[in-house]
Design a protein around this ligand. Sequence first.
Ligand code: MEV
Length: 310
Amino acid sequence: MTQVTASAPGKFVILGEHAVVYGKPAIALAIDRRFTVRVSPGPEFRINGEPADINANPHIKHVSSLYDMRPVSLHTESRIPPGAGLGSSAALSVAFSGAMRRLHGLAVEPESVAAEAFDAEYAAQGRGSPMDTSACTHGYGVALNMRGCDRPLWSLEKGGNRWDVHDIDVPAMTFVIGHTGIRAATGPLVEKVRKFRERNRFASDIVDEIGDVTLEGMTALRTDDRVRLGELMTYDHKLLSILGVSCKELNKLVDASLPHAYGAKLTGSGGGGCMIALTDAPDRVAEAIRSRGGMPYTVSTRVEGLTVGR
Ligand code: MEV
């Protein structure tokens, strides 16, 4: 086979980010914005027609290292804004891993792809959970470390932590994502929370509380209770703010959305990046976000995960 095309969705975290790093439950939903790669073997590494320095692309380098660093040419196309907490690097790792497996005649088992892509993310960030890579692989929705879920997908371990990933039912919902325009790397924010939690007993309590909110959120999602889900999202934003991972730009977009939404919160690692609002009035929320200097993206949930074709 000389060329493989693979595509994976972006994602957002509806509840549980940061606390998931400490084994608490979290829920991530795939969105209808995708990262697509077309991969073919070649004499040297090339990205979008240009010779590529593989060291400057840690996710691609890591996945390639599983295939003896045999060079490939990649063409990429993405509708996921990078550096925004929407899983752009996770979706790239997943799509590239899926394409490489097919190219090398291996079965494209979601479990193997999720593990390879998580390794790549972990190697690039130096820390984190398999939430993003699992959501981008499986699509729809995934819950991590969630009691009472009976559709296990896979379990992954790293750095003394273990995460059990489950498939969950996701209603078709509309969210408006508000991008602050500030790029914020995940690693330093995860590290910030780690230090805060190490020094303050009450920060551990906040992490526990985020875990409880996420458990209740799972029930609200299951019963499609958008009012309760929205309340929990807004409360979770307050807890994340106490952990020090919000910023004034995120708070501004959350506040602007709330009059037109069930709830709103930052999503992903915070410090910039994006917030999400659950709403029946996406145009009004989008307008409110734009009027406060953010970039709105209206997205739908319940979308397919990794696809690999020719
Ligand atoms: C990033 O999308 C979510 C964090 O919880 C980090 C992780 O789980 O890898 C902040």
